[in-house]
Ligand binder design. Structure first.
Ligand SMILES: C[S@@+](CC[C@H](N)C(=O)[O-])C[C@H]1O[C@@H](n2cnc3c(N)ncnc32)[C@H](O)[C@@H]1O
Length: 454
């Protein structure tokens, strides 16, 4: 029997918002039927228009706010609300921090884990923080444009001020855009998989001010290559590295496998926690340098290391956590799947004169099993996985090695709670509150540190 939803597409309804979802959408109910509404905040009365009706819920967007939340920030530039750049920017920053703390608590509660979550550590200036931009390039009204996708679509909204990025990066994107326009580069077309230039990636060292420009192209051939390189170098003196990344595939994935150095160095340098780091185009590097120092300082404190301790840093990237812990511990073993990142990590150990680290390329789940079979007995294991969290086999290997402590740095509370549950079923406990750190202000993402002990 077909369930009849109590709302119809394209019709307007007056509703009161009760809650915020994980993705930052306001929740309202009509006859117990949930509707998720963009840019709506708890306690607000709004007139909303239904945009999609599903079997058990619907989506809507705000047409008019009849009674505003005390936590609402009035937006000056409405372009942001059309895009997914900063989905929480209409919420006051204190309320964003509380929202993130609550999200993590909800995920632990769902797993029936008795875990306390502390208030989120925020930023003094929670804007213009990103040290990296990945900007799509598309053709709009016959002109090459850079900007951000409209929500739930791949239509580009042209934007010059990205609100949460380092302003020098915003400026560089406009400079590169104008050079690409001048040499009549063909923007990528997702429907036909034609055109040359897909994305512009820019990274800028927060302390070093060294900049890397990556031109992500569909084809190996980059028309007017020499002229483009020369103009970028002249216009942007901070640029120390220009790379071409070739991604010929019809895919949403950003970067292809092949990087070609066009000018300058393969890497740029930055400083974090008093250490120098070389970062290459394909390596992971946290996007919020100010908050990263707080996050890793805390992770090191919570690891509670002594000079005899052996540490494993699974998912080590370019060795940021490994090298900062190597200053305290006896030896650190790092593993990471991206070969360029391990190349950077080895170089980073050298330039910082750190010799008590060993880095391996590979899947963490496989390398930890090998280390366990080889009899490695770490005192502390640090895990900082991507959003999908840990493989069960990795958890099994860690448990077999019986470290006294596991420090879990997570960017996804749902997979964190799932994995913590598995550790607690095998004799580990969370004895101290989980600490969220806001790495991504104005967005719904949240980073946190959880300590598991025997
Ligand atoms: C959240 S990042 C953390 C990196 C590093 N700890 C840092 O903060 O710079 C996760 C890292 O895990 C790597 N990765 C993803 N899957 C992996 C796997 N199965 N085994 C090892 N590393 C993996 C990614 O390439 C990325 O560098």
């Amino acid at each position: 029997m077909k369930i009849q939803a109590p709302v119809n597409k394209n019709q307007e309804y007056d509703v009161k918002i009760s809650d915020l979802t994980y993705q930052g959408m306001g929740v309202a109910k009509i006859d117990d039927f949930p509707i998720f509404i963009e840019n709506a905040l708890p306690t607000e009365d709004v007139t909303m228009k239904v945009t999609k009706v599903k079997k058990n819920f619907a989506f809507g967007r705000v047409v008019k706010i009849n009674q505003k939340s005390a936590d609402r920030v009035d937006l000056v530039d409405k372009a942001y609300t059309q895009t997914g750049i900063a989905p929480l920017q209409h919420l006051k920053y204190d309320a964003q921090l509380a929202f993130k703390q609550h999200q993590i608590q909800v995920d632990f509660d769902k797993m029936k884990l008795d875990v306390q979550v502390d208030p989120t550590i925020g930023m003094d200036r929670p804007y213009k923080y990103r040290n990296k931009a990945q900007i799509p390039v598309r053709l709009i009204n016959g002109q090459l444009e850079t900007g951000f996708y409209r929500k739930h679509s791949h239509d580009l909204v042209p934007i010059e001020d990205f609100y949460i990025q380092d302003p020098k990066i915003d400026e560089a994107v406009v400079v590169v855009r104008d050079i690409l326009r001048k040499y009549k580069l063909q923007p990528y077309n997702e429907t036909t998989n034609k055109g040359t230039i897909r994305n512009i990636m820019v990274r800028r060292g927060h302390y070093s001010h060294q900049m890397m420009i990556v031109l992500i192209t569909r084809t190996e051939k980059l028309p007017s290559k020499a002229e483009i390189i020369s103009e970028i170098t002249k216009a942007l003196p901070e640029v120390k590295s220009i790379v071409q990344n070739v991604n010929p595939k019809k895919t949403n994935g950003l970067m292809g496998k092949e990087n070609k150095l066009l000018a300058g160095n393969r890497t740029i340098e930055d400083t974090l926690m008093g250490l120098k780091f070389e970062i290459s185009a394909s390596s992971f590097y946290q996007v919020n340098p100010v908050q990263t120092e707080k996050l890793y300082d805390l992770a090191t404190k919570k690891a509670d290391l002594s000079a005899d301790d052996i540490v494993i840093d699974a998912y080590c990237g370019i060795g940021t956590i490994s090298l900062s812990m190597a200053r305290v511990a006896k030896k650190v073993y790092g593993v990471e799947i991206v070969p360029e990142a391990i190349e950077d990590a080895k170089k980073n150990a050298k330039i910082n004169n750190i010799t008590n680290v060993k880095f391996k390329v590979g899947k963490a789940e496989e390398q930890l099993a090998k280390w366990q079979e080889d009899g490695l007995k770490p005192d502390v294991v640090v895990v900082d996985p991507p959003r999908k969290g840990l493989e069960n086999t990795l958890i099994d290997s860690v448990v077999k090695m019986q470290p006294k402590r596991v420090v879990y740095v997570s960017c996804n509370p749902a997979t964190l709670a799932r994995d913590v549950k598995l550790f607690t079923e095998q004799g580990y406990h969370v004895n101290q509150p989980v600490q969220p750190v806001d790495q991504f202000p104005q967005t719904v993402h949240v980073e946190s540190i959880t300590v598991l002990e025997k």
